[in-house]
Design a protein around this ligand. Structure first.
Ligand code: ZN
Length: 278
């Protein structure tokens, strides 16, 4: 089994401080929280940025640049920048793809549309084609987010069409209100459909966070933790930092006997190019 890659999803774009008082907003807070996660054993950080005034997600290039530059200066973390923008607000493609200008090693690619909250998280074919094309041009590996089985069908078709290169890297997002449920059975159904040489990681949203992490840990996949996906450390107990989640999964991995991947291990496992500044 490969070493365990832990991704920390620091802030996302949707959860605000009125319900999660410790969620990072400003570039400084996002950088600080990322460094804490790195020190705790995360090798990838998944980055969104927030408008520091309103706390809402934004695709502002300068904010991404601030976070990325500081993390490149201060850590050897693998950076996975979002291209989802603000799910449900469906920003123009150009705006969603702006983080690719920073040439991160990884970027998210949501392989289809899905209802999210009261809106639709729209990822139509022309968006997917453009995103995949830009990632290829920039040498960015897509982290293909899978919310249900049709998204795997889409990703495999794009791979056959030469738009995505093997080996593919999947991020299963289970337990969203209109997506695949966060159960073992549901996961196994999805898992059966990905090519054997793929790499994969898993997110359980909300209360399914820890059970789904156990699947990643024990089945040779990888895990994503952090406040973008889950704000409760325990039942009714809000997390006070992202590092708490990383520390817990590191403890469990150690007890289970699976080593944790460093950022350089992660580059090897996922076949990433070296980051520009490292
Ligand atoms: Zn995200």
């Amino acid at each position: 089994m490969d070493r365990l890659i832990i991704t920390a999803a620091i802030t996302g774009s949707r959860i605000t401080r009125d319900i999660a008082p410790h969620i990072p907003y400003t570039p400084e807070e996002i950088v600080q929280s990322s460094i804490e996660c790195w020190n705790a054993g995360a090798s990838i950080v998944h980055i969104h940025v927030r408008d520091p005034k309103t706390g809402l997600g934004t695709q502002d290039f300068t904010l991404f640049q601030k976070v990325v530059n500081r993390l490149r200066e201060q850590t050897d973390l693998v950076l996975c920048l979002t291209t989802s923008g603000i799910p449900g607000r469906n920003l123009p493609t150009k705006e969603r793809l702006i983080p690719l200008e920073l040439e991160p090693e990884l970027a998210s690619l949501d392989a289809g549309s899905i209802n999210l909250g009261k809106g639709v998280f729209s990822n139509p074919p022309d968006f997917l084609d453009e995103a995949a094309k830009r990632m290829k041009e920039k040498g960015v590996k897509p982290e293909i987010e899978i919310f249900d089985s049709g998204m795997i069908v889409t990703a495999l078709r794009m791979q056959q069409e030469g738009k995505l290169d093997e080996p593919l890297h999947f991020q299963f997002v289970l337990g969203t209100p209109s997506g695949a449920p966060a159960t073992h059975k549901s996961f196994l159904h999805l898992y059966e459909h990905i090519p054997k040489k793929s790499t994969w990681s898993i997110i359980g949203v909300g209360k399914s966070h820890l059970p789904m992490s156990m699947i990643g840990l024990t089945m040779g996949g990888h895990v994503r933790v952090g406040m973008e996906d889950n704000i409760y450390y325990d039942k009714g107990v809000l997390a006070t930092s992202n590092a708490q989640f990383v520390e817990r999964i590191v403890r469990i991995a150690k007890a289970y006997g699976r080593e944790v991947a460093s950022p350089d291990d992660t580059r090897t496992i996922l076949g990433l190019r070296e980051s520009k500044d490292t």
